[in-house]
Design a protein around this ligand. Structure first.
Ligand code: G
Ligand code: G
Ligand code: MN
Ligand code: NA
Length: 264
């Protein structure tokens, strides 16, 4: 059967997984600030499909993109509840990737709130259900329907969430949206981080992105950090936080408590 039908079944059977990649600040001791939740689809033969292989398939269908997005929110809400019960992680931020197509239908913020509320027992619900959750959106979100996106993001923030622009610098868009959108962090795409330590152009771009973020009162996070040289360059440029294989790879949820204990 085709991938689309199999994905629909996998969502219904709760057969997807999230891996969690740590994000650390560049401050003293490089404290852990949170994790980005990344979709994985384990296959019957033991292999694992990465999101690039199936998120685009989901995006062909408004209903499937919605089902996948709700699954991710439910999974994060359950996981966070379990970690809180076990006193793992304290007030860590968990970042969730949103597809641009999730904004196509009205009421995204309400549906996300419902997904979070339904995932935990009634007595564990909070007045701000999305406190400690960050949503990552790409610049392309703004290309679809800027007014709706702005309104939905504002609602997500009223529910306690933070907003990050993902893959910053790679999108086809103007910078003007930065002024209007309620954004907390810019995540600088790893394409600019890769050669940062030896490429003066990349260093200039990353430096400008960090300055732009700070001037607007936002934070800058660098993605794809693999080496100590990149880390040193990012510290010199005043970047706030870092994420990448050099700090920690995306890990199954079961490995998170040990990681949190190790870096604490
Ligand atoms: O984990 P990996 O590097 O393969 O992720 C590739 C891409 O898949 C990233 O750009 C990421 O934004 C996207 N992605 C990962 N998890 C999710 C998710 O839960 N929802 C959506 N829409 N995209 C995701
Ligand atoms: O687009 P987005 O930022 O959501 O993509 C996140 C993806 O980047 C994850 O799938 C993750 O596996 C990948 N990633 C995270 N850190 C690194 C890194 O240091 N190097 C490379 N090449 N990929 C990374
Ligand atoms: Mn991301
Ligand atoms: Na990114």
């Amino acid at each position: 059967i085709d991938l689309e039908s199999r994905l629909r079944e996998a969502i219904a059977a709760d057969a997807l997984a999230l891996h969690y990649q740590p994000i650390h600040t560049l401050g003293d001791g490089m404290p852990l600030v949170g994790f980005e939740a990344l979709l994985r689809w384990p296959q019957p033969d033991g292999s694992v499909l990465l999101p690039g292989a199936f998120v685009p398939v989901a995006e062909q269908s408004a209903e499937l993109v919605e089902a996948l997005g709700s699954w991710v929110c439910r999974a994060v809400a359950c996981q966070r509840h379990a970690w809180q019960q076990a006193h793992t992680g304290g007030p860590l931020l968990i970042s969730i990737n949103l597809s641009a197509r999730q904004f196509d239908r009205e009421g995204l913020a309400g549906r996300i709130r419902d997904a979070f509320d339904r995932a935990v027992p009634a007595d564990a619900r909070r007045p701000l259900p999305l406190l400690g959750i960050e949503f990552e959106i790409t610049e392309s979100v703004m290309m679809r329907d800027p007014q709706r996106a702005e309104a939905e993001l504002a609602r997500l923030r009223e529910l306690g969430a933070r907003i990050a622009i993902d893959d910053f610098g790679t999108g086809y868009s103007s910078l003007s949206y930065l002024k209007h959108l309620p954004i907390d962090r810019l995540k600088i795409d790893r394409a600019f981080v890769r050669d940062l330590a030896h490429d003066a152009d990349d260093a200039a771009i990353v430096g400008a992105a960090v300055t732009l973020a700070h001037q607007l009162g936002r934070e800058a996070v660098a993605e794809g950090v693999e080496s100590a040289q990149q880390l040193a360059a990012l510290r010199d440029l005043g970047c706030d936080a870092v994420q990448g294989f050099g700090l920690g790879r995306p890990m199954p949820a079961a490995d998170v408590p040990a990681y949190v204990a190790r870096v604490a």
